[in-house]
Design a protein around this ligand. Structure first.
Ligand code: CTP
Ligand code: CA
Length: 225
């Protein structure tokens, strides 16, 4: 299988990709989560392997088969996803954060199922760690790529996220439109990096993934020259 990783745009590179949603437990039977099929992250993993990269998926709960030759680590919560990513970091050249990480988790976990009571109830939440920002801020950080799914001011918010999180690239996804994003097989995006951008017209997630991988390879080459 070593020959698999000998050629291609990312030959010999070690890629870690987060994918899918996270689940933040409230009690043994309930959790907070969000819509994410994991398909974009899994398509990226397949495209990375096809480009010669040794690829690991750190995946939240999804209903997808693992692409061939991809190592997969399953997690549930944002904290578990962060822990796994940090463990993989010493052997990571490219980090792609495609997961829809829950921004908050319940402040406390109830070890017994919570019983209903009052007519009104509220839930105290605390912020989760930012996985991609933590990776980008680490010493000897890999080439770090984020996603930004927005329903308005797409490029403005995406640019701000790239700067605030110190990312090398961000994939801006308009999730307001019908038929693309979330549970769809198709996607469209604008890829931004410091000093440039490229529009990826609507296409299959695998096609979009291959083009993102090609842009990463090109941008890494440019910034090492
Ligand atoms: N991300 C992450 N860890 C988090 C939240 C987000 O790694 N706790 C990553 C996502 O995987 C994505 C990028 O950060 O690559 C942007 O996620 P997004 O939800 O669009 O941005 P946030 O910074 O969470 O801001 P907001 O949800 O308020 O728009
Ligand atoms: Ca968020």
């Amino acid at each position: 299988a070593a020959a698999l990783f000998d050629s291609g745009l990312l030959a010999g590179q070690r890629v870690v990709i987060t994918a899918g949603p996270t689940r933040e437990a409230l009690d043994p039977v309930r959790y907070i989560s969000n819509h994410s099929s994991g398909r974009m992250g899994f398509a990226l993993a397949r495209a990375a392997v096809d480009a010669g990269a040794r690829t690991t998926l750190v995946s939240g709960p999804v209903q997808l088969a693992t692409p061939a030759h991809v190592r997969r680590v399953d997690v549930e919560s944002a904290q578990q996803m962060l822990d796994q990513c940090l463990e993989l970091l010493p052997e990571c050249d490219i980090f792609i954060a495609c997961a829809a990480v829950a921004d908050y988790r319940p402040a406390t976990f109830a070890s017994q199922k919570i019983k209903k009571g009052a007519e009104r109830s509220s839930l105290e939440l605390v912020r989760n760690p930012d996985i991609v920002a933590t990776v980008a801020a680490s010493s000897a950080a890999p080439f770090t790529v984020g996603f930004a799914a927005e329903t308005s001011k797409l490029l403005e918010y995406a640019q701000a996220k790239m700067e605030n999180k110190q990312l090398d690239m961000i994939v801006a996804n308009d999730v307001a439109g019908a038929g693309i994003g979330f549970n769809s097989d198709e996607n469209a995006a604008t890829v931004l990096w410091p000093g440039g951008s490229e529009v990826l017209e609507q296409a299959s997630k695998l096609n979009i993934a291959r083009r993102i991988i090609a842009l990463i390879a090109k941008q890494m080459k440019n910034s090492s020259e």
